[in-house]
Write a protein that binds this ligand. Structure first.
Ligand SMILES: [Fe+2]
Length: 203
């Protein structure tokens, strides 16, 4: 009786997800519409994680691990799986694009920040913590520039976490913020993925 259900494949897998996002972006909607529709697709994809290959579930004790799952040939978005060991977290950072995050396994804490300065200095930002949320299976978090996109995320639990991320550009670099000094630093991003091997990454 159970053999049939365990042998079946997920009804909505990575290819379906990529196709859905492609169809949304072809209509060239405004960012809030993208966020709404991609959030729905992300919930659907994360409801059943059997599509995620074993090699993309591998984490590291050194730092959280980024696995590149899909890079849009037209450079409109990337899809990543991130593996977080207990206690691993990002610095405070932004993305300069829309983004949606879902949870495939366990949960993550997201802390969001408001920018209080006028943003005119590229090397300085005054930040204030706005909210902290636990994002678990079945829920999503989003990034919506220019006001809702500075955050830090991390695994505050005692079990590994796997999260699913889609960003509205190929993330080659992000801004990293020091909340105490106000300093803003641009950091380059690398992925752990078949094409770049185990190259180190910053965030
Ligand atoms: Fe982020």
């Amino acid at each position: 009786m159970t053999a049939m259900s365990t042998a079946s494949s997920p009804t909505f897998g990575l290819q379906d997800y990529v196709r859905t996002i492609d169809a949304v972006l072809r209509r060239r909607p405004a960012n809030p519409v993208i966020i709404r529709e991609v959030s729905l697709a992300t919930k659907q994809l994360c409801a059943d994680d059997r599509w995620l290959e074993e090699r993309h579930r591998v984490g590291s004790q050194d730092c959280y691990t980024r696995h590149l799952l899909h890079r849009d040939p037209e450079n409109r978005f990337v899809v990543l799986a991130l593996v977080w060991m207990p206690g691993q977290m990002t610095a405070i950072h932004d993305h300069s694009c829309w983004g949606v995050m879902g949870i495939l396994q366990n949960s993550l804490e997201e802390v969001c920040y408001d920018r209080l300065d006028d943003g005119k200095r590229p090397d300085f930002a005054e930040l204030e913590q706005s909210r902290g949320t636990d994002v678990g299976r079945g829920s999503v978090a989003y990034l919506l520039p220019p006001y809702e996109e500075i955050h830090r995320i991390g695994n505050t639990s005692n079990k590994p976490t796997i999260s699913l991320h889609v960003y509205g550009r190929d993330l080659d670099a992000v801004n990293v913020f020091d909340q105490v000094t106000g300093k803003v630093t641009q950091m380059r991003i690398k992925y752990y993925s078949p094409e770049c091997g185990k190259a180190p990454f910053v965030i």
